[in-house]
Structures are given as structure tokens and as C-alpha cells.
Write a protein that binds this ligand. Sequence first.
Ligand code: SAM
Length: 245
Amino acid sequence: MHETSPIELLFGGMEKLGPGSNADTLKVLNMLPKRPYEVIVDAGCGAGRQSLVLAQQLQTRVHAVDSHEPFLTDFLQRAKAAGMENLIQTHCMDIADISNCFREVDLLWSEGAAYNIGFPHALRTWYRAVKTEGIVVVSELSWLHGQVPAQVREFFRSCYADMRSTNENCSIIQDAGYDLLDMYTLPNSAWIADYYDVLEPRAKALLNHADESVRVLAAETLEEIRIFGCAEGSYGYVFFIMQKV
Ligand SMILES: C[S@@+](CC[C@H](N)C(=O)[O-])C[C@H]1O[C@@H](n2cnc3c(N)ncnc32)[C@H](O)[C@@H]1O
């Protein structure tokens, strides 16, 4: 990758590429039906933080899918350092193609990545990859209540106009052919620790970068962090735990 790649400059080397934490991944994992999960796919794994938690906890190989090769390279180094490379298999491919490559999946996990191909589309296309009664866990940015500050509403009008309420996402899940088993909303701390508190100083340091696209990404990131600070809990990442009917 070119050394001035905006994504690499801002996110390179980070363990968390979105809100979340090992404790929250474990909490959600413990909400699943207790049974063997043999075929596990992590869609949009990034640097693989949650893949490692799943693999370690279930002692089962995780197929970690992402289209950004540098994140996977970084991930494999972490897996090796943790002595877990035998439990991780990376696949550099589009998460939209998962159903072409995987069948009879017992557990399809995706933290903060499904929106890239559209939450409804992700659920429909992954349906074919999952075995009957298989479990799908997706975290999706959702409106949590109706009292949204005007500047927050305005920000998401351009950044994520398709963002839906939790109830609307529940309907999408049902329409896609899943039973909703449970939900869990990430606490604010999971956005800040090791994510916004790493990104903010990095973004500030890049505001005067020579490359305009780097400056734009840095400014957008700082605006996202500012909006989070005045959101009054109006949105959050909701984990939807589903079972294929
Ligand atoms: C916000 S990051 C979340 C990464 C990781 N799940 C985490 O929580 O740290 C989204 C990830 O999805 C990946 N991604 C985005 N669109 C993708 C696509 N169409 N196919 C595969 N990976 C994709 C990005 O490369 C990135 O690693």
C-alpha cells in the first residue's frame, strides 16, 4: 500500500477498527445457545480483534473475511504472537461473496461491517451460507430513540442516510427469514477506549497533511467523534443475535 493511503495513515496498526471490546464480544457470545459451533465465519474481521476472542473461547477455527489485505496481514501477525495461528484462516475477499465460498455455517459473526453492503442485503445474502438453525450475529448502527439532536440527524443524513431504528432492523431481520433471539447495545465506553481515544490524536495530527484526501478523512473523523459526544444516546451499535429459521 502507498505510504500516504488515508486509511493506512489513520487506522494502520490499530487493533480495533470500530467500536467494540473483547468484553462485549464475550458477553454477546455468552448469550448464544450453548452448542457446538464448528464452522465459524467473521465477516469484515478487520484486524481480527473479535475473531481471536471467538477462536479462543470456542477453541474452533475462525474463517476471517476482509477485503483490505493490510488489515489481514496485521491480523495474522497478532494471531501468531498469540500462538493462535492454527485457529485462524484469513480470506481476502468481499463479504458480499461469502455465500459463494461457505456453506453450512454454524456461526456467522460480523461487528461493524455489514452496513458496507447494506444491512438488509447482508442478511439476505448470508442466509444461503448459514445452516438451518445456524446463528448469525451482526452489530449494526441503529437509532436508539426518537429524540435525536438536530446536528446529529444532519450528520447522519450525509454519512449513513440508511440508518434505521432498532425496531425497523428487527422487522428487516424477520423479513430476511431469521428469528431474533436477543439484542445487546454496546456501551459508550466501547466506542472510546482503544478506538476514539486512539483515533482522535491521530486525526488531529493529520489535519495539515500534504495529501488533501488525508486531511478530509481526518476532519471527517474528528467530526464523527464530536457528534458522538453530543448524541445524547440517540444512536448506538446494536448486536442482533439471530437464528436462521
Ligand atoms: C469498521 S471496520 C470493523 C472491523 C472489525 N470487525 C472490528 O470491529 O474491529 C469494517 C471492516 O469491514 C471491511 N470491509 C468493508 N467493506 C467490505 C467488503 N465489501 N468486503 C470485505 N470487507 C469489507 C473493512 O476493510 C474493515 O476491516
